[in-house]
Structure formats: structure tokens, C-alpha cells
Ligand binder design. Structure first.
Ligand SMILES: [Zn+2]
Length: 538
């Protein structure tokens, strides 16, 4: 295992190349200066007010490898200390930026927000030897011997939405794994975790008003078989779901790491698990089973039925109560409209509302949902199919079928998150060698993710602010276990993190790979099951 700098390294001979620090994502500005700072047993974290909470987070993170806890104190810093300070609003740093100054005398982290202080602390942890990310006590560190090179960093993200999606609807992910993903995201300065809580193959969130959603919807008779997903494996699956108590705990855990949990409740399509529990909210009345194969299915929510629309609102009322995110994701993708064509209630709704067809019926449903969300102070976001019948006024779009939907929405003044299948589908294969795990198909190697440009060049400057950022999606059909999720996520999520955080003009794949070689030992410390880099041609 390689480590960047260990105690006893001759730092006076350190190369002045910032890439040698292995920082990912690459900071906006890094300048190596002379000397080094050593983390001695006498070091303290000096912080007051809200900054003290971030100082405690940093002290907690370092306490396992150090084997002692850096005390968090108020007052004046002394030689050897780390000082964390909240400053006045600072245009250069924005909402999440920070300044990190390491001199032989002390370390200072300044930011205008607690999020910025967290990110400054994460950069400091990356500057320490990789073992500083681990949970094992390190003797050299314990004795007060870890050093970092003197450096001046001024850093802030390019985009405010830096996301990943996980999909426990297809293959359930243990609650503790969601926390681990939050930790791994924070390490890469990613800040939004979308959880795909419902789909045809499972309903994974406790809803108190509709208990059958989890009693019936969280289990299925069998699952697609490993190696041939057209066949069943014959093994009952579930019940698997998250309680509201668990999700509140996750939200708090994520908030402490400045990660937003974005819940996704799919409607009107990808809705079979809900209809298995409550078939009266379909167009035909059912009965239905929770799906045991992947794909798109015809039976979806009936927007002609007032009770079905009320059901959707009731579910979202509980979702809003658990998740404080500004946006609520309502899916909206892959909703075949053939049942609506044949449904008297849906056709009556189209007529009564003066709609021109089934795509507009989906827009009408979205407008009902959006009005409800707005009344609760939230905003609607959905996949780009919600554009088809016309977007509701405040809706934001997650553009997955290429960039076009996102461009159209941004031009019309809507907020957009880019997540195209060409670059952001991290469940696609990342290599073609023998021995790669089964996947849903596609091919998105690390370099392709790194080459992603979320900002469409044709978007006029006045509309560019509508592009909030981008998201990598780890759909779960072929991600059977948490280990699979980690393998598909990393190191591609590290590349996406740099796409979203670092200045566009600073992007350089060869430089990224050199830094990644320093970064992967950090993931080793955390036992992340990432895909190893291919040998580089010499
Ligand atoms: Zn209907």
C-alpha cells in the first residue's frame, strides 16, 4: 500500500507539484509553500459557536487512527493548533467554499458556512497519510508524528448539486450501508443522495396511513436470476423496508455531513408494488403481484380516480414529514399510457379538465402533486419524461435520456440536474475485460465519466444558472449487494466528484489518474470494494 506522506518523510525534498498531494476533487487553487506542519499530542482544535460542531466532526474522524482525541477548545490558538473559523459571507468562497492554510506553525480553516468548514476538514484529512481515513490506530500518529506539507488552498465547488442515486427498490440496501454511502460521498465532497424508495419490484418506505405498502409491497415471490434475468430464482424476497425512524436517523446523520437525502417516490409508473397492496388505485382494479422481473410495466396509477390522487398526496405528506429536502423526487419516467387510453375514469378526467391527451394527463397529475408540495414549502423534481405533456411551473427536471430534456427545461427557465445515460449511469459496465461482473449493459469507463461536461455549451449564459449540477445513478437491477454498489460506484464517483467540484479549465485526466493513485489507498483504508485501475501503458 502506498501512502502519500508518512511520518519521517523528508518533506524538504517534496516535489512542488500539487498533484503529489493526491487531492480529489482537485481544489480550485493549491499552492505548496515551504515546510510542514506536524500533528503533535499537544495540538488542539480551536473553534467557537457553530464552527465548534465542525471541529468536533473533524476530531471524531481523527480519533480512531490517532488513538487520542484532539480537544476542541475556545480561545486563542497556540503554536501547533488547528483553528476553524466562520467568516462573513465571502463571494470567492460562496456557500460551500473554504480556505485552508497549513504553515509550520498552525493550520487554519476558514469558511463562510459550516459546510465550507466540513470540506476544509476533509481536505486536511486527505493531506494526512491515508491511514488517517482508517479506523485502525496508527502508532506513528499516536505518538504525534503525522505531518502535512505547508500549503495554501482556496477552494469552492463549481456546482451546488453533486449527487448519487442508490436503488434499494430492486435490491435492498441495509440501513447501515446508506450511512456508509453518506460518509463516502462526504469524503468526495458530494452532497446529494437520492434514494429510489419505490418501484415495481418493491416498496421500501414505511407509510403509516397505508400499512399494506410495506406489508405486501416490500416483498416479492422471487427475483430475476443471476446470469439470466429472464428467469426467476425461486427465492422469496423480503420483507425489506426502512422505517420512518430509520430514515429520520439517516437524515440527521447526513445533515451532519452536509449531505441532503433526496427521497424518490415513483409515480404514476414503476408503481406495481403499490398497486399490489392497493389495486383500487389502478385503472383496471387488479389484482397485481409485486413484479419479479425488471423492465417497464403497463399497470400504473390511475389519475382519473380522485382517491388515487389523494393516495399519492397522503404518501408524500408522510415523506415530507420525514425528509426535509427542498426537492421531492416523484419519478415520472417510463409510464406507459395504454391503460389510461382504455380507462373510463382517465378519459373522463381528460375531458373534464380540457386536456388534449394522455401526456397532458400526466402533466395534470404532476400539477396536482406540485401544488401540494408547494403548499408544504417544497419543490417537485422528476425525470425528463415530465416534460412531455408540458412542465408544471416550478418543476425541476433530472435529464437522463441525454442532455436534450435538460437543455429544453433550462431554456424555459426550469432548474435542471444532468444525469444522462451517456456519462452518469454508474450501473453500466466500466470495463470489458473477462471477469467483470454482470451489468445492465452499456459501457461507461472511468475516462468517460471524467470527460463529462454538465454545462451544455449551447445554453445561453443567462440560462446556465438553471443547471444545478449532475448526478451519478447506481440503479439496482444488477447491483445485488452493497459490495456491487461500491464496485460500480468507485472510482467513477470520484471522477464525477471532480467534474462537479473542480474548475472546468483545470480538468486533466492524466493528472486525475496520478492523484487517484494517491487517493485509492484512502479507499483501501475504508475497505471500499472499488474497481482497481487498469495497468497504465508505459
Ligand atoms: Zn385510469
Amino acid at each position: 500500500m502506498t501512502t502519500l506522506l508518512t511520518a519521517g518523510d523528508d518533506l524538504s525534498a517534496a516535489t512542488p507539484d500539487p498533484a503529489s498531494l493526491g487531492l480529489i476533487p482537485r481544489p480550485a487553487r493549491v499552492e505548496l509553500t515551504a515546510g510542514q506542519w506536524t500533528l503533535k499530542r499537544t495540538a488542539r482544535l480551536v473553534a467557537r459557536g457553530p464552527a465548534a460542531q465542525e471541529a468536533k466532526t473533524l476530531a471524531d474522524a481523527l480519533s480512531l487512527p490517532l488513538g487520542w482525541r484532539i480537544p476542541v477548545v475556545r480561545g486563542k490558538p497556540r503554536n501547533g493548533d488547528i483553528e476553524m473559523t466562520l467568516t462573513a459571507p465571502d463571494a470567492q468562497l460562496g456557500a460551500e467554499g473554504y480556505r485552508l492554510s497549513v504553515t509550520p506553525g498552525m493550520v487554519t480553516i476558514q469558511a463562510a458556512t459550516t459546510a465550507g468548514l466540513l470540506y476544509g476538514g476533509i481536505t486536511l484529512r486527505q493531506l494526512l497519510p491515508s491511514a488517517a481515513l482508517g479506523t485502525e490506530r496508527v502508532a506513528a500518529a499516536s505518538a504525534g508524528g503525522w505531518s502535512v506539507p505547508a500549503v495554501e488552498i482556496v477552494d469552492s465547488p463549481r456546482f451546488g448539486w453533486r449527487g448519487l442515486l442508490v436503488d434499494p427498490a430492486r435490491h435492498f440496501l441495509p440501513f447501515e450501508f446508506l450511512k456508509r454511502m453518506v460518509d463516502l460521498m462526504a469524503l468526495h465532497k458530494l452532497n446529494t443522495l437520492q434514494i429510489h424508495l419505490t418501484d415495481d419490484q418493491g416498496w421500501r418506505l414505511e407509510i403509516k396511513k397505508y400499512p399494506r405498502l410495506t406489508q405486501i409491497g416490500s416483498r416479492r415471490a422471487e427475483s430475476p436470476r443471476h446470469g439470466d434475468a429472464s428467469l426467476g430464482d425461486g427465492t422469496p424476497y423480503g420483507p425489506f423496508f426502512y422505517t420512518q425512524v430509520q430514515m429520520r436517523e439517516l437524515v440527521a446523520y447526513a445533515q451532519a455531513r452536509h449531505v441532503t437525502i433526496l427521497p424518490e417516490i415513483e409515480m404514476p409508473g414503476h408503481f406495481r408494488a403499490a398497486l399490489a397492496a392497493y389495486p383500487e388505485f389502478s385503472c383496471t382494479g387488479g389484482p397485481f403481484e409485486v413484479r419479479t422481473r425488471w423492465g417497464v410495466h403497463s399497470d400504473i396509477l390511475c389519475p382519473g380516480n380522485d382517491h388515487a390522487v389523494a393516495f399519492a398526496r397522503d404518501v408524500l405528506a408522510e415523506v415530507i414529514d420525514v425528509f426535509p429536502s427542498r426537492f421531492i423526487h416523484i419519478g415520472g419516467d417510463e409510464a406507459p399510457r395504454e391503460r389510461w387510453k382504455a380507462c373510463p375514469k382517465c378519459q373522463a378526467r381528460i375531458k373534464a379538465e380540457g386536456l388534449t391527451g394522455e401526456p397532458q394527463l400526466q402533466t395534470w397529475l404532476n400539477s396536482q402533486i406540485e401544488r401540494f408540495l408547494v403548499s408544504k414549502g417544497r419543490r417537485l423534481i422528476g425525470w425528463d419524461e415530465i416534460l412531455e405533456g408540458g412542465l408544471t411551473p416550478g418543476a425541476a427536471v433530472m435529464s437522463w435520456r441525454g442532455m436534450e430534456g435538460g437543455i429544453a427545461a433550462a431554456e424555459a427557465g426550469h432548474d435542471v440536474v444532468m444525469s444522462p445515460t451517456t456519462h452518469c449511469y454508474l450501473d453500466y459496465a466500466q470495463a470489458k475485460q473477462a471477469g467483470e461482473p454482470e451489468s445492465i449493459g452499456g459501457f461507461i469507463p472511468l475516462a468517460t465519466v471524467y470527460g463529462f461536461e454538465p454545462m451544455p455549451p449551447q445554453l445561453p449564459p443567462g440560462k446556465q444558472r438553471q443547471v444545478l449540477g449532475a448526478q451519478g445513478n447506481l440503479w439496482g437491477e444488477f447491483l445485488w449487494t452493497p459490495k456491487d454498489v461500491e464496485y460500480f460506484a468507485f472510482p467513477r464517483a470520484a471522477a464525477l466528484a471532480e467534474v462537479l467540484w473542480s474548475p472546468a479549465q483545470a480538468r486533466d485526466y492524466a493528472d486525475f489518474l496520478r492523484r487517484l493513485e494517491r487517493h485509492l489507498p484512502r479507499l483501501d483504508q475504508l475497505a471500499v470494494e472499488y474497481r482497481k485501475l487498469d495497468p497504465r501503458p508505459r
